[in-house]
Design a protein around this ligand. Structure first.
Ligand code: DGL
Length: 270
């Protein structure tokens, strides 16, 4: 029994960590495509090709269910994968919907018509590919009316985090928040729409100020996965071993991952 968790690099570890705490008995196989990160500056075709390849690797490792713990892949490739690629008996889920359900105060899978919600002015921070896909606005429009969204493409933040340059990452966060505030001076909520950004959540909150509610995905995704597996326990695949796989340099990726999660993480070559 194993569930696969995929990201372009280290960001999905924020989701893996929350899932491991929420579902301690479920083996998790993580795949970080660090050799090809960042995805956020790639074309949709390129993101689709890389994401399907990595997802296949997770199916081969005994996972029947794969979570794309990457907003960029969820925005640019998930729908196309679900429509024509995912094999019979396998499932691939993204990370957008749990976040948007939380923002729009909905229970899991509530498909009732869009309605007014508390958040009126929402700042979205995400990669350039996620922002240009407009997937967030599309999913939001199915569930809420009257919400003004201002998106900020946060170029450079994922590269800095992958390189372990947290001083640069912090400076970039501040400048992206400033740029957002020039377009929307008083957001009431902010969405960290990239799974790398929870690693900088304190910096986002400090730059936004205490009155802005910051939504980040890790716990929301873990809760909705627990709920999903309660209803579909057969989707826990045949794999029995947890593992961390990377397309990058396992030594370097392991030491960054250990630093981020503050526990020993050992990656193997994918
Ligand atoms: N963590 C990915 C996301 O959630 C990363 C993006 C990237 O590789 O640019 O969008």
């Amino acid at each position: 029994m194993a569930v696969g968790i995929f990201d372009s690099g280290l960001g999905g570890l924020t989701v893996l960590d929350a899932v491991a705490k929420r579902l301690p008995d479920v083996p998790l196989v993580y795949y970080g495509d660090s050799a090809h990160a960042p995805y956020g500056v790639r074309t949709p075709d390129d993101i689709y090709d890389l994401t399907t390849k990595a997802t296949q690797r997770l199916f081969d490792a005994g996972c029947d269910l794969v979570i794309l713990a990457c907003n960029t892949a969820s925005a640019a490739a998930l729908r196309r994968m679900q429509e024509g690629w995912v094999p019979e008996g396998k499932r691939v889920l993204g990370v957008f919907v749990p976040l948007i359900e939380a923002l729009t105060e909905r229970q899991w899978g509530d498909n009732s018509p869009p309605r007014e919600v508390n958040a009126k002015h929402v700042a979205l921070f995400a990669t350039p590919a996620t922002v240009s896909s407009r997937a967030f606005q599309r999913e939001l429009a199915f569930r809420a009316i009257g919400v003004d969204v201002e998106a900020q493409a946060c170029g450079g933040v994922v590269d800095a985090i992958e390189d372990g340059d947290m001083i640069l990452a912090e400076a970039l966060v501040r400048s992206h928040v400033d740029a957002l505030k020039r377009k929307m001076p008083d957001p009431d909520a902010a969405v960290l729409g990239c799974t790398h950004y929870p690693l900088m959540e304190k910096e986002f909150q400090a730059a936004l100020g205490p009155d802005v509610k910051v939504f980040s995905q890790a716990n929301l995704v873990a809760e909705s996965l627990a709920d999903y597996l309660d209803r579909r326990p057969e989707m826990i695949g045949p794999g029995t071993q947890s593992a961390f796989l990377t397309s990058g340099d396992p030594g370097q990726v392991s030491s960054r991952a250990t630093q981020f999660l503050r526990r020993q993480i050992m990656f193997d070559a994918a």
